[in-house]
Write a protein that binds this ligand. Sequence first.
Ligand code: SF4
Length: 338
Amino acid sequence: MRPALLGKPLAAGNILCQACGHFCRLSPGARGRCQVRANEGGQLVSLVGYRVAALHVDPIEKKPLFHFLPGTTTLSLGTQGCNFHCHFCQNWSLSCVRGPIQGDEVDPAELAQAARRLDCASVAFTYSEPTVFLELVVATADQCRQHNLATVLVSNGFQSPQALKLLDGRIDAANIDLKAGSEDFYRNICGGRLVTVQKNLVAMRRMGWHVEVTTLIIPGHNDSDAELTSIARFLAQELGPHTPWHVSRFHPCHQMPHVPPTPRATLLRARDIGRAEGLHFVFVGNVREAGLEDTLCPGCGHTVIRRLGFHVTEMALRDGACRHCGQAIIAPPSRSLP
Ligand code: SF4
């Protein structure tokens, strides 16, 4: 347990947690909706603190980030806990907290040193929801700056404005879930709000982060033409046509064991809708099939990054631009990175 950031004392020993859009009001002894931030004796504390429950070296393509430091690896870590309760959670053993907090205490400075030693170009805060372990994100990101490591956030995008301010200047790239195009889906299936996520996506882009977006396509829930069009239109118009959109296959799990996996045809329909709305880069994820996750140059149509699974097999870029026609593909990072 550690003191938590963004607690605001209220009357009668209550505390307001300002880390995410839920803004939980916690009476003494109470936990927030995420189950890992609590009011202990009038102080906001993080029950996970620096206790990491998952730690791996992953290809950055696994986050997925396709246009940020492609072909590199990232030291990826997460604690228990999440501020959403998605019925389709693909990582529920980590996001749902039952019983004592699991994980091993880490030292943020040692994490950054380990990332360097393991030849990673970045550290990624991922697996569960980084907003609920904000203290570890901030401390580790500061260490990453000292070691010239990039930082990556994989998130549901439900931060409070106060949390985003803390992350400004500490995060370089993000993959944000845009889970649906309707408030009903967010409210009934995730326990969140679409409008907050949309606002945060725009704010992240304004802060200079490289942003990619993922939508898990769930048959019968968010796969209508209207819903997919609404998501794609928002991305193209508010974040720009260069925003990579990952449309990803759902596999039955957690509270949706009876929903079938997403048909390939649905994923291709989502891709076509994204392209029709003007997005240059739409990738079909969780389907191991050559060609569905390649980057094609929007200028000349050549394949400029070829991938299979999480691995880059060929790159035809020069200084982030297409080697054939010079079209910019990958925006330069906002600061000098490895
Ligand atoms: S992080 Fe969000 S869900 Fe957790 S206590 Fe704070 S406001 Fe509530």
